[in-house]
Design a protein around this ligand. Structure first.
Ligand SMILES: O=P(O)(O)OC[C@H]1O[C@H](O[C@H]2O[C@H](CO)[C@@H](O)[C@H](O)[C@H]2O)[C@H](O)[C@@H](O)[C@@H]1O
Length: 273
């Protein structure tokens, strides 16, 4: 990732703009902590049907150029959001379903995956009060129920990661994640910006966590709009919103602005829904 900027100006970040007339945006949205409030248990987060309806309408108004970009597995995103037609990026960029197409995921070394699963589960059991989240080829060790555990969790996870070939650590909000090495949300966003329906549009990325910094840097380099949710510093983001409720309000304002402007891209099937 790019080096983090100094944090001096972070608290004075402005709220994100709305599109100028005729401006074509591609919208990338992180999930936990950005669209959704945190919950103690990752399986317990709630998705308001009103949010899904807003995202459906934005998907149409943006000519299909809407993606969720998450650390969750694709199957988990589909469970939460009702298997939508929007582009879904899971496991920090590793799993992809672009524009309702086939699921793409790389082949991985089965022995390395199995070892990661076994050793991360054992670490969680050994530490106690740490929740092991099974994400198939990735795993997350959560300490939201015992935040004081974070320093010892981080130290133990860093030591384990050094012994797990093919894996790297992704720190997050009261979590240490083990993910296959070499992929991040920034690369995923860059890849999407090269293909329809995202190509040729101005990227806009909304996210809250360290994993989103990769995407902020990629979006800034492409002349886009990076929006940090909350007040975590330092950050590459150029704009900010305080919490998921403010994100949802901004998404509704964005939808209004798009509907007042040019009609949606009629070449994309989402436009006729
Ligand atoms: O990239 P995201 O969509 O933000 O996903 C990042 C991780 O989010 C989830 O963990 C976080 O949210 C949980 C539910 O609110 C919370 O309990 C946990 O403490 C947070 O770290 C998810 O469980 C992970 O798999 C995602 O990678």
């Amino acid at each position: 990732m790019h080096a983090m900027p100094p944090s001096s100006a972070e608290d004075r970040l402005p709220p994100p703009p709305l599109p100028s007339p005729g401006e074509r945006w591609a919208l990338f949205l992180d999930v936990d902590g950005s669209l959704l409030e945190f919950a103690d248990d990752p399986a317990a987060v709630i998705v308001d049907p009103g949010l899904c309806a807003t995202l459906d309408r934005l998907h149409a108004a943006l000519g299909g150029a809407l993606a969720l970009v998450s650390g969750r597995a694709l199957a988990d995103l589909a469970r939460l959001f009702g298997d939508p037609g929007w582009t879904l990026i899971g496991l920090h960029g590793l799993e992809r379903r672009i524009d309702g197409g086939a699921v793409q995921r790389p082949a991985l070394d089965a022995a390395a995956v199995e070892r990661m699963r076994r050793e991360t589960a054992a670490l969680a059991a050994r530490l106690g009060q740490v929740q092991w989240e099974d994400k198939g080829v990735a795993a997350a060790l959560h300490c939201r129920r015992a935040p004081a555990m974070l320093p010892s969790l981080r130290a133990a996870a860093e030591a384990l990661a050094r012994r797990l070939p093919g894996y790297e650590l992704q720190p997050g909000n009261l979590v240490m994640e083990f993910k296959p090495a070499g992929m991040d949300k920034g690369r995923a966003v860059q890849d999407l910006l090269a293909v329809p329906p995202f190509a040729g549009r101005r990227p806009v990325y909304v996210g809250d966590d360290l994993t989103d910094e990769h995407a902020f840097a990629a979006v800034n380099a492409a002349g886009g709009i990076s929006v940090r949710v909350g007040d975590r510093t330092p950050s590459h983001a150029l704009f900010t919103l305080p919490h998921p409720a403010a994100v949802q309000a901004w998404l509704n304002a964005l939808l209004d602005a798009l509907n007042r402007g040019a009609p949606p891209d009629a070449t994309h099937p989402a436009a006729s829904r």
